[in-house]
Ligand binder design. Structure first.
Ligand code: ADP
Length: 401
């Protein structure tokens, strides 16, 4: 089955075209990114597997035009990997927020769209863009089935004590205010891969998954199910991230709003877009930039990494406590996969768990690797995440039925 996986942002479309022979046997045919939708200098970056990236700059007024460009690139006589649009059997979309409506992926129909629309309030930056993507595909490929996979679905197994805030109960009843988590496809994927790699029975295991990227979250996975996660009502809660502040005393929010005369929307922007690595360093949200600065002795960049490490150490500790133990700790995503020194720093602070790092394995880790020594009491792994594969598998499973 040829499956197109789409991740629509407010001004971007990320895509992968996969040939799924089965859930286990698949190949990536092409991938790419459309950026700056709505601006005169829109860009399409398209990479066919095994070939160099091709870039095209042009005005891309909206998502339907962007989606048409993606499909045209896929069937292009030179750049293309399929003969015609008809070769695409199904399309899978990543959706950030499905609230408590969805505990798994779903085939797109009117009811599903209404629920995603309802959830726009909880993910105003993401869900409206995902809907644009769904409608763009409906316009360009009207007869192709579409599936939606939710970042929140994996966390629907959390119990009320983990998902409720200690706010007046009616806010939950009236406005569905509770913790939903995010990055679910990644936490689910790496916990499954990690259990296999470490020789654990997933159904009888305690795993902590650390997805550390531009957005970051840590999840406690007990017996294959999410029992707690650091993101909450929105992806703002939890640890320090590229541009998000993570946890702060909620009174700080109202205090700053009064001091700086900010509206709720302006304060939301400060916390989501101007905080985290960017806010603390005053320079960049990107870990690579900050690493270069920290190496030169920049105190603010060093503070960013010190806080990041402390947040990871504290969350791991709280999830060890919550699950009454841990068998396996997994690092994934942009920073978790690529920053060996950060993994080693964190693990050296977990000696109370009897963790011993295999420094050589850690330093050269690529793909899927155990980075703890054989006598370490808790196993540790680095696993490259693959959210698109999870979406493609769910799309295949649901559309084959
Ligand atoms: P997103 O949440 O946007 O998917 P990613 O998981 O791609 O983000 O993570 C982006 C972060 O990972 C950035 O801070 C980036 O600097 C960092 N990163 C990516 N590649 C590397 C690398 N090779 N070395 C160090 N950091 C990296």
């Amino acid at each position: 089955m040829i499956i197109l996986v789409i991740n629509c942002g407010s001004s971007s479309i990320k895509y992968q075209l996969l040939d799924m022979k089965s859930e286990e046997s698949y190949s990536l045919l092409a991938k790419g990114l459309v950026e700056k939708i709505g601006l005169p200098d829109g860009v399409l970056n398209h990479t066919v597997t095994g070939r160099d990236k091709v870039s095209k700059v042009m005005a891309i007024p909206d998502h339907t035009v962007g989606m048409k460009l993606v499909l045209d690139a896929l069937v292009d006589p030179e750049l293309g990997v399929i003969k015609s649009f008809n070769d695409i059997d199904a399309v899978g979309h990543r959706i950030v927020q499905g609230a408590d409506f969805f505990s798994g992926s779903a085939i797109v129909n009117e009811d599903v769209i209404k629920k995603i629309e309802f959830c726009c309030d909880f993910a105003p930056l993401h869900n409206p863009a995902h809907l644009l993507g769904i409608h763009a595909i409906s316009n360009v490929l009207p007869s192709v089935p579409q599936v939606v996979t939710f970042d929140t679905a994996f966390h629907q197994t959390m119990a009320p004590d983990a998902y409720m805030y200690a706010l007046p109960y009616e806010y939950y009843e009236n406005y569905r205010v509770r913790r939903y988590g995010a990055h679910g496809t990644s936490h689910e994927y790496v916990s499954q891969r990690g259990a296999k790699l470490a020789g654990l029975d997933l159904g009888n295991s305690k795993i902590i998954t650390c997805h550390i990227g531009n957005g970051s979250s840590i999840t406690a996975v007990k017996n294959g199910k999410s029992v707690d996660t650091s993101m909450g009502f929105t992806p703002l809660e939890g640890m320090i991230m590229g541009t998000r502040c993570g946890n702060v005393d909620p009174n700080v929010v109202t205090y700053i709003m009064k001091k700086e005369n900010l509206t709720p929307d302006q304060m939301t922007t400060v916390m989501n877009k101007k905080s985290g690595f960017l806010g603390l360093s005053g320079v960049s949200s990107d870990a690579r930039d900050l690493e270069a600065l920290a190496d030169k002795g920049d105190e603010k960049a060093k503070l960013v990494f010190a806080k990041l490490e402390l947040d990871i150490v504290k969350l791991i500790g709280s999830y060890v406590a919550e699950m009454d133990g841990v068998d396996l700790i997994i690092f994934t995503a942009g920073i978790g996969e690529n920053n060996a020194w950060l993994r080693e720093d964190v693990l050296k602070r977990l000696t109370y768990l009897g963790i011993k790092v295999d420094s050589a394995a850690n330093a050269s880790a690529k793909g899927e690797v155990i980075i703890s020594t054989p006598d370490s009491k808790v196993k540790v792994a680095m696993i490259s995440t693959n959210e698109e594969l999870v979406i493609a598998r769910d799309t295949m499973r649901l559309t084959k039925k």
